[in-house]
Design a binder for this molecule. Structure first.
Ligand SMILES: C[S@@+](CC[C@H](N)C(=O)[O-])C[C@H]1O[C@@H](n2cnc3c(N)ncnc32)[C@H](O)[C@@H]1O
Length: 286
């Protein structure tokens, strides 16, 4: 009985992992997201010597970057599910291994487009290989022509293909990057962790309304590697420790920020106000 229970917590396949996130952790609620994550196997996005690849933890991919924990990818994609529709234009900032880019490409299909931006050339090169293999495995290689994986500074987005229906930011910014907000389409949605580097972050949903103003909702406290400069990332050496696995008396013990209810989101109301007032000249009290 105990062994059976433990095996549900230490999945040994992609489908068991997604099953855990849907049925036990209740972190994925949308069927489209469960389906796409089941079909997009983490094994294609990790180094060949990676261990415990279906554990619900972030995994190092080199250059002080990680493939995000599956629950985190699931939660963020879940918030975006209604926008990740056939034909949508998507921007994946901090695309790292390419996992989110691949999932998004499958969701938006042949009439959509996905741009993945990372500032490390080697990660972009590797992500192209990862995405190619993963799409081939599900006979979806035709989607490759609908994907751009490119080197760039994520703070600046990717103006060439704007405006975006969806912006997924896979690293934490200290404040809301104005260029990303500008590149969001009216009716579009961005999900982004925001907060001080190496501390905890608020996971924000940013919706762009009809009048181009934005509405921000904070959905919880999370912990991410920072959206930062290339030299800071390569030389600070602590980013991959956003999740630590400790060994306590031979037992693996995961120290991780789970998603907890959002505290007072006044701080993020201030972002909303600042952007709407300063950038657009819209006074939220009027
Ligand atoms: C958590 S990791 C990768 C997440 C990715 N979604 C995945 O699951 O593989 C965050 C990524 O953000 C990238 N990154 C950090 N700062 C950046 C910046 N200013 N511009 C572009 N990419 C950045 C890192 O190189 C890293 O690959």
């Amino acid at each position: 009985m105990l062994r059976e229970y433990m095996s549900t917590l230490t999945p040994r396949s992609q489908s068991a992992l997604v099953n855990l996130l849907v049925n036990k952790k209740k972190m994925i609620t949308q069927q489209s997201i469960a389906k796409v994550m089941t079909e997009t196997d983490r094994k294609y996005f990790l180094p060949s010597d990676a261990k415990d690849i279906y554990d619900d933890i972030p995994q190092p991919i080199g250059f002080n970057a990680t493939l995000s924990a599956p629950h985190m990818a699931g939660v963020m994609l879940d918030y975006l599910a209604n926008h990740l529709k056939s034909g949508a234009n998507v921007l994946d900032i901090g695309s790292g291994s390419g996992y989110i880019t691949a999932c998004a490409a499958k969701l938006v299909g042949k009439s959509g487009h996905v741009v993945g931006v990372d500032h490390i050339q080697e990660l972009v090169d590797q992500s192209i290989q990862n995405v190619t293999l993963a799409l081939k495995a599900t006979n979806q290689s035709d989607l490759l022509e609908r994907i751009t994986l490119t080197v760039g500074d994520g703070f600046l987005g990717h103006p060439d293909k704007q405006p975006y229906d969806v912006i997924y930011v896979g690293a934490a910014a200290e404040s809301l990057p104005v260029d990303l907000v500008k590149q969001l389409k009216i009716g579009g949605r961005m999900v982004i962790p925001v907060g001080p580097a190496n501390l905890f972050h608020q996971l924000l949903i940013v919706d762009k309304l009809e009048d181009s103003s934005i509405k921000i909702k904070s959905c919880g406290v999370v912990r991410f590697v920072p959206l930062t400069s290339k030299s800071q990332q390569l030389h600070s050496g602590n980013h991959a420790n956003a999740t630590k696995v400790l060994d306590l008396n031979g037992n693996k013990c995961l120290v991780r920020a789970e998603i907890i209810p959002a505290p007072d989101s006044q701080e993020f109301k201030n972002y909303e106000e600042k952007y709407n007032k300063l950038i657009l000249g819209i006074n939220s009290n009027s």
